[in-house]
Each structure stands twice: as C-alpha cells, then as structure tokens.
Design a protein around this ligand. Sequence first.
Ligand SMILES: [Zn+2]
Length: 193
Amino acid sequence: MRISDDRYTRDRLRFDLALRLIRLEARTCTIRLWTGLSDDRIRKLYRSYASERDRTPVPRHRGKSPRQTAYFFRNPERQFQAAQLASLYLLHGLLDPTPAGIEAHYKIGSLESGLLLCRAYEAYVDLHEPARISFEHAWFLLLALARHTEIDLARCAPCGGVQLRDLLARRDAACAYCRLESLDGPGGANAPC
Ligand SMILES: [Zn+2]
C-alpha cells in the first residue's frame, strides 16, 4: 500500500511539473527530459491545459533548441537579466560556487531539480517586466554555466554584483549593470537632455 501511495505521489508530482513547464512555454523535449513523460502524454497534457476553462493555448516552440551563448551578450539589458537569472540559480542551489569555479548542482530528470528550475525562472519573471529571456534560453543558460567552457560567473569589482563573463571574449568585460548605469548616468547616452 505504502509503495503504491509513493508511486501515486511521484506520478502526481511528475504531472504537476509537466503542467508548470507547459505554462512556462517549455519545449516538448525539455518537458520529456525533466519529467520522463512520453511525447504522447505531454501532447495530451497540452490539449487538456488549453481546453481547461477555454484558455488560449500556450505557444508550442518547435525547431532547434537555443545553442548560442552570444545571445546573452547581445545588449546590456539582456546581459544584466541573464546575470540576475544566474544569481537566482545560485540562490536556488542549482549551481554551486566552489573555489575551482561554478559547478552544476542539479540532476537532469530529477523532479526536485526540475521544480527548482521552474521556481528560479518564475522568480526571474516576477522581477522583470518584460522578461527578455524565454524559459528555453534560461535552461540553456543553466547548462552553459554548468559546462563553463563559454561563459562563467564573476564578481564585478565596482558594483559587487554577479557578472556574466564571456570566456571566448567576444564582448567587452564590463558588467552589464555598470554599463547600463553609465548609459543612464549624467553624461551617459540615455541621460535626459
Ligand atoms: Zn558592475
């Protein structure tokens, strides 16, 4: 009896996580990865989610998953938001700062890690209106930070904030927050006339 109760609870959590990922506009392959549900079950969940209370269907994203870390450096605002998202990953325990650098502290396919990823992304969306980074790009950011071959995190000396660092050095090294401040500050490009 106990085993079947546990199993029921796990299945319930799996469906709850899938629905949460659908609301965040995750791709089917991402939902499959985190929940272990089949594509067919996920499609049915999409349909039932959309038909429930006549909701507008959430967009389903197809095509290739994000792969370019340059995306996060395209403008200071996006770079700033990506750094905030990275800070939320640290706060939620998905990344672990060690003396050797940032290490992954999540397990793909674990319901607990999947839930933390949703919570971190939802906290990011709450902080930003409009949120510039989609869930799929947010998930790619976590993967890229865990891999740290192209991007890494550092502490910005002037402001003390978490800074996203381009290890391929395609962009200047200034922290996005400081760059935005200098654009908005006296004499900056965005300063009022
Ligand atoms: Zn800074």
